[in-house]
Design a protein around this ligand. Sequence first.
Ligand SMILES: Cc1cc2nc3c(=O)[nH]c(=O)nc-3n(C[C@H](O)[C@H](O)[C@H](O)COP(=O)(O)OP(=O)(O)OC[C@H]3O[C@@H](n4cnc5c(N)ncnc54)[C@H](O)[C@@H]3O)c2cc1C
Length: 634
Amino acid sequence: MLYNTIMNYLNNKYDVIVVGAGHAGCEAALSCARLGLKVLLATLNIDNIALQPCNPAIGGPAKSTLVREIAALGGEMGEAADATYIQMKMLNSSKGPAVRALRAQSDKKEYSDYMRHLLEKTNNIYLRQACITDLIVKDGEITGAVDEFGIEYSVRAAVLTTGTSLAGKIFVGLKSYSAGRLGEQAAIGLSDSLRKLGINLKKLKTGTPPRVDSRTIDYSKMEIQPGDEVLNFYSFKPNRPVRKQYPCYLTRTNEETHNIIRANLDKSPMFQGLIQGVGPRYCPSIEDKVVRFHENPSHHIFIEPEGLGTYEVYIQGFSSSLPADVQIKMLRTLPGLEKAHVIKPAYAVEYDYVPAIQTTHSLMSKQVKGLFFAGQINGTSGYEEAAAQGLIAGINAFNYLNHSEMLELSRSSSYIGTLIDDLVTKDIQDPYRMLTSRSEYRLLLRQDNADERLTPIGHKIGLVDEAQFNIFKIKQENIAKEIARLKEEKVPANDDTNSILAKYGEHIDRGMKLAELLKRPNITYNIIKELHPQTQKLNISRDVYEQAEVMIKYDGYLKRQEFQVEQAGKLDKFKIPENIDYMSIEHISSETKEKLNKIRPKTLAQASRIGGVKPADISVLMVILEKHQFAIKN
Ligand SMILES: Cc1cc2nc3c(=O)[nH]c(=O)nc-3n(C[C@H](O)[C@H](O)[C@H](O)COP(=O)(O)OP(=O)(O)OC[C@H]3O[C@@H](n4cnc5c(N)ncnc54)[C@H](O)[C@@H]3O)c2cc1C
């Protein structure tokens, strides 16, 4: 056995190669290895594992739900964020539960070290600093990969997570050079190898702001943004680390900043057409914001520490591709940054990506068996989106090699399912970022119930261990018990009750069940504790009562959304055969036929989500499927 392992290692023989140790690559490698595969994790620079090349933060709107879903399935991003935060903040805490979002300001270096040590400690993962330039495919199946020195690795599956490195080109003003990120080479060669396999590549662009020396900033001119006093975490595991928190700061652009930007647009590679790739719509550069929202006299700029061991701070909201000298002038117009010393310039990067309509919901290529894509290479933007895909691609690389059923999460189960369905169904043209508005079921898909939705799946796969699964089961039982108790126990309508209720603008004329009272918009679980000493005494843990509160308060909305899921499920049951000839179907426009032919949806539900496919087209398809007895109905 040991001899075989050593021989395989010397022969460069692995089950799977993961190309890239960014956020997608780390999750992919860890899930494959934890499921028992022998993994080669090849990356351009071993010192940049799980690097956060843009903002030093994990989470935020919609992204926090992805991180909790990753944690619920047994992935690592949430654990790493909990272990290395320097600030925790629950955004939108006064709003409804569907849009509440945790954001962890990270110590970048610590986060990267955490992941590197974990990869090094994990059995079955072999790290290697190498640039993969070619893939070997035999009879439509992946069999190997080759690095820049011509070393060949024999594999049975591959997960490509190349981020912004594939044929990457960096722009600072009108100057450009080959690089995937500042200070890291571009990945040259692999794009051509993919093209030879019949895979289509396109270009996208993204950008990052400058980094400034904290010692040259006058924070007294800015608004302080502290972390939360009551902490929340990503992981569902107990005993989360309580760490010292550090503040961020808020400043604003002004007319002078905007004038400098407008006067220098002729030096912008974007505005001069040097960059062909489309940039992130929801994360525009400062010059984009000034031009597109010209009526806006000022934009928020946040100053975020990059970590405890450095003076480097991140200038959130100031992403730019203007020349370095112009950037300094712009920055020094911001209150508090008049004497700013720039450590790293802002830059834009253009890179190749593989439009994900060429992959299935499992994230496996439609052209090459055993070849998976995850992260920025699929046209997304963001660490959380990347990690979520990496986890699914890793699990499915294992499923592929084991001849098991692929894990394909539905839209109604998770943001991860929604993200992947959007990627493989809609022909994404600009970097895709997760937003709550992308989900039609956002009230069901909350960060607080990610474990309820996904932990049983993670346990079944083998990534959630017995200890975590038991904690999960006990929590679910306690939530059910607490809901039952709140539906049973009452407060009397007396002076004591009403004097407390009056503080919150409420009054009752008859004794009322706690659950009924909790449904009132002004009443929270904490007020119930104040009103009802027995509830106070029970000392129910926060994760349990918060869930119970949401489930009681939003019961009506949740039921409506569950009904919606049921309705949508009906179209899901209409499976479309793989060999259907769309071009021969009558009564559908040729444009729609071409779209259906390109994306080849698996179900009528997926077909209905393709941009431009009309309800009338779905009716035609439904009739055809029924007529030819293609439909599999329950
Ligand atoms: C300049 C810049 C700006 C960004 N702006 C934003 C933003 O505004 N908003 C946002 O949400 N996200 C932004 N990001 C994106 C964020 O960094 C990525 O979305 C996220 O890191 C993607 O994760 P990933 O795992 O797909 O790729 P990455 O984290 O980029 O990791 C890719 C890894 O693959 C390795 N690699 C690539 N090719 C090869 C090869 N051939 N052989 C071996 N190794 C290879 C690289 O070394 C790297 O380690 C930005 C990134 C950059 C660089």
